[in-house]
Design a protein around this ligand. Structure first.
Ligand code: AMP
Ligand code: MG
Length: 340
């Protein structure tokens, strides 16, 4: 048996970080997180928590999911840092102290031996800063919190970044209805190896290939955009659609499930335009979705047509907005964005 530094070196030599084996470990981590999210979501009675404006179920699921996913990643890839959205500081703020035991209860469903300090330490593995050099994971344990609370779309989004570029991802979308009629999907993308659609449950790691739509007629373009008008300037989207002469209805949904819709060929455009000048996007809100679309044959840039740079820390400070397409329509969309 190899121990300590020797073991790390041994494992390092064994791990090709762009390999399907790495993706398989990431899939298992996301599936464990999705089990927690679905169980917590099932405890919400429809619409109830939105009415009461009680955000605690999403806080609970967010923290529990980050703890469980981070712990699994640290066990499989101890040398790879994590940039996660959540931080255990939440337990010290507002009604945070009252949530500790509830979060721990959910964590123990997947990690029975976890103590409170194990859980806090696992959450805070996500304090990585990212950056331009080397390799790190980025995780949004629940992307689309509003969708989660209303029983709609949300995602568990995990990506691996190397030298500022996304090289692999697992995007879990527990409520997404796939083209084959199943509810729940996991999309796995590995740079140069394509995007695959896997079931959310079970241990199928092969799945089927995902491909973007081949639609080249802008009139038939289907836009996917945020439900929340504070997250994207919907008046710009309207102007872009008018410029392109689009007649097809748009789809509004929360979370990176929008990127999954593109990768599965059920939409042609993801558009995100800043509602406030100078606001940057968070890397964990896009890394997984971007590679899913690119590896299924699509294209993603910012509003100026620049590639997204994931090496700028926790936020995408070198880019402005997001344009994701099926590829064929990218040039026409960028031209329409410029003049909208
Ligand atoms: P979506 O579900 O696509 O609308 O995006 C959800 C994500 O939007 C959340 O995870 C937040 O990080 C992010 N977000 C929050 N405020 C803003 C904002 N003002 N502009 C853009 N994105 C935001
Ligand atoms: Mg998010």
């Amino acid at each position: 048996m190899v121990r300590g530094a020797a073991a790390r070196e041994h494992n390092g030599a064994m791990q090709r970080f762009d390999s399907p084996l790495v993706a398989a470990a990431m899939v298992d981590a996301v599936r464990a997180g999705a089990r927690i999210c679905r169980a917590v979501q099932a405890t919400l009675s429809a619409g109830d928590s939105m009415k009461k404006d009680d955000k605690s179920p999403v806080t609970v699921a967010d923290l529990a999911t980050q703890a469980v996913v981070a712990r699994r990643l640290a066990a499989a890839f101890p040398e790879v840092p994590l940039v996660g959205e959540e931080d255990s500081k939440v337990f010290e703020e507002g009604d945070g102290p009252s949530l500790v035991q509830t979060v721990l209860g959910w964590v123990r469903k997947e990690w029975p031996a976890a103590s409170e300090s194990d859980m806090r330490a696992a959450i805070d593995l996500g304090r990585g800063e990212g950056g331009a050099r080397g390799r790190f994971f980025t995780l949004d344990p629940i992307d689309g919190t509003k969708g989660f609370l209303r029983g709609g779309q949300y995602a568990i989004a995990l990506a691996l970044i190397e030298d500022g570029r996304v090289v692999a991802c697992v995007l879990g979308c527990p409520n997404l209805v796939t083209p084959n009629g199943a509810t729940g999907a996991v999309l796995v993308a590995v740079r140069g190896a394509g995007t695959r659609l896997l079931p959310i449950d079970g241990d199928d790691h092969a799945g089927v290939a995902a491909r973007v739509s081949t639609q080249g007629d802008p009139v038939k373009l289907r836009l996917c955009e945020s439900v929340d008008p504070g997250h994207t300037d919907q008046s710009v989207s309207k102007a872009v659609l008018a410029r392109l002469g689009v007649l097809a209805p748009s789809v509004r949904m929360d979370s990176q499930a929008k990127y999954a819709v593109l990768a599965l060929g059920e939409g042609e455009l993801y558009l995100r335009t800043p509602t406030k000048p100078g606001r940057s996007e968070w890397i964990w809100d896009h890394a997984a979705g971007v590679i899913c679309v690119e590896e299924s044959g699509g294209r993603v840039t910012d509003l100026d047509g620049k590639p997204l740079d994931f090496g700028t820390g926790r936020a995408l400070t070198a880019n402005r907005g997001i344009v994701g397409t099926n590829g064929v329509l990218h040039g026409r969309v960028l031209a329409a964005v410029k003049t909208a």
